[in-house]
Design a binder for this molecule. Structure first.
Ligand SMILES: Nc1ncnc2c1ncn2[C@@H]1O[C@H](COP(=O)(O)OP(=O)(O)OP(=O)(O)O)[C@@H](O)[C@H]1O
Length: 435
């Protein structure tokens, strides 16, 4: 990490502290996330399979992870640097609400990034204003948050998304998750961009459900056949709620905006529009009248079924995820199948004992394809460099393109990863307040 000069702290999250830094070789300004937990073995780092996923999720509205470095058992992620997050922007302009055009622009960018993510088999699960980074009005989805092995908690996942943006099926501890959890968060964020305060500011998990009921009314409980939290269901069933309509909470929002929020924040995950469908909502296109909406939504191509059953997940401890993710993690037998299928291109290269040596090597892991990655040359100070990108031009025949004691991964490995189910957990809830 001597190549980087740390300038200032940009943020302090559950998993890591983020610093603005400058690359002393290229003078590029970057954001370095220093993970809070130690990584004693490369194997642990390599269990962050979503690093490979991030490479797949190359999109203008998804933050770019440029490199990974491990030094003295500390792990660093080097990202492109952004100026603000959406929470900071709202806080700074509290007296000056966004125009609907500004909100439309932010939402459209977020939905484009999300649509790309969902189509590629991942979902974020921790969308919130702090994780939406903005520079010059360009928005990028960030925080693929390092998280613990999913298997340590399924199916009673508590730490899936920050509470205020957490979908009801998660609050009710349903064992089934779909990308619709992200769409719920999108609805809550959209409302917040109008109100500059959270739509459902629950102070506890049960209070979160109460707050939702106060706006949406009680759900049809048959919507959640997988729900495990019977006590929460019972508690809500026996409570009367004062009702406040979304339109009353957001007097500055257009009918189109209210309609979109209402659809996104549907109790039933199946009734929430997908990211692609949301982008086709009249909120984004005035020439599509609201009354025409049902017809058009029904004609939009169906999304792939990304539903997961958390019961299927294996129970290996300490598997870490850089968590943008939930891609679909297979149960153990399925995992074996995938490994067998990929054999020589399997992830075994990641567990090479050479990586785990006593000399504390700095390992840089270049993640962008050569045309995007400004650091082309091997990093001289690094005894080991893992590079994915050159293999797109090189087959597995011949020497690896970099001169270090590195490993290379054939591009033919990537299609397997697309099929591969895996999953990540979002960071634990971190309550935030304006003011
Ligand atoms: N690439 C970046 N450019 C600029 N600022 C960033 C960048 N990445 C993160 N930050 C800032 O650092 C904060 C914390 O980062 P991040 O959310 O990735 O950490 P975390 O530990 O995963 O947090 P959380 O507790 O939300 O899971 C962000 O809210 C953002 O303000």
């Amino acid at each position: 990490m001597e190549r980087y000069k740390f300038l200032e702290e940009l943020g302090d999250g559950t998993c890591g502290s983020v610093y603005k830094a400058v690359n002393l070789e290229t003078y590029e300004v970057v954001a370095v996330k220093k993970m809070k937990r130690k990584f004693y073995y490369w194997e642990e780092c390599m269990n962050l399979r979503e690093v490979k996923a991030l490479r797949k999720l190359n999109h203008p509205h998804i933050i770019k992870l440029k490199e990974i470095a491990r030094e003295h058992n500390e792990l660093f992620f080097i990202f492109e640097c952004m100026d603000h997050n959406l929470y900071q922007i709202m806080k700074e302009r509290e007296q000056r609400p966004f125009s609907e055009a500004e909100i439309r622009s932010f939402m459209s960018q977020m939905l484009q990034g999300l649509a790309h993510m969902h189509k590629n088999g991942y979902f974020h699960r921790d969308l919130k204003p702090e994780n939406l980074l903005v520079t010059n009005n360009i928005l990028k989805i960030a925080d693929f948050g390092l998280a613990r092995e999913v298997a340590s908690m399924p199916p009673y996942t508590e730490y899936v998304s920050t509470r205020w943006y957490r979908a009801p099926e998660v609050l009710l501890q349903s064992s089934l998750y779909t990308p619709a959890v992200d769409m719920w968060a999108v609805g809550a964020i959209l409302a917040e961009l109008f109100a500059f305060s959270p739509l459902f500011p629950g102070e506890s998990e049960i209070d979160q459900l109460y707050k939702i009921c106060c706006v949406l009314g009680k759900p049809d409980w048959t919507t959640f056949p997988e729900a495990k939290s019977i006590s929460r269901i019972m508690s809500i069933s026996h409570t009367e709620f004062p009702q406040t309509r979304i339109a009353d909470l957001l007097p500055n929002a257009s009918p189109e905006a209210i309609d979109l929020i209402t659809r996104l924040c549907s109790w039933d995950p199946l009734k929430r529009p997908t990211a692609d469908q949301a982008l086709n909502h009249p909120f984004f296109n005035a020439s599509y009248p609201l009354h025409d909406l049902e017809l058009r939504l029904n004609t939009i191509a169906e999304m792939p079924n990304l539903e997961l059953n958390l019961w299927d997940f294996n129970t290996k401890q300490d598997e870490c995820f850089l968590g943008l993710t939930l891609a679909v993690k297979p149960s153990a037998p399925k995992l074996e199948m995938v490994c067998n299928a990929s054999q020589d291109m399997s992830e075994n290269f990641l567990f090479c004992p050479m990586v785990n040596n006593d000399r504390e090597p700095s390992v840089f892991w270049s993640l962008l394809s050569p045309d995007e990655n400004r650091v082309h040359a091997p990093v001289e100070s690094c005894p080991l460099s893992l590079s994915f990108s050159p293999m797109q031009q090189h087959t597995s025949v011949g020497p690896p393109p970099q001169s270090t004691t590195g490993f290379t991964v054939g591009s033919s490995m990537q299609p397997n990863m697309l099929d591969r189910p895996w999953m990540a957990v979002s960071a634990p809830f971190q309550q935030t307040h304006y003011l």
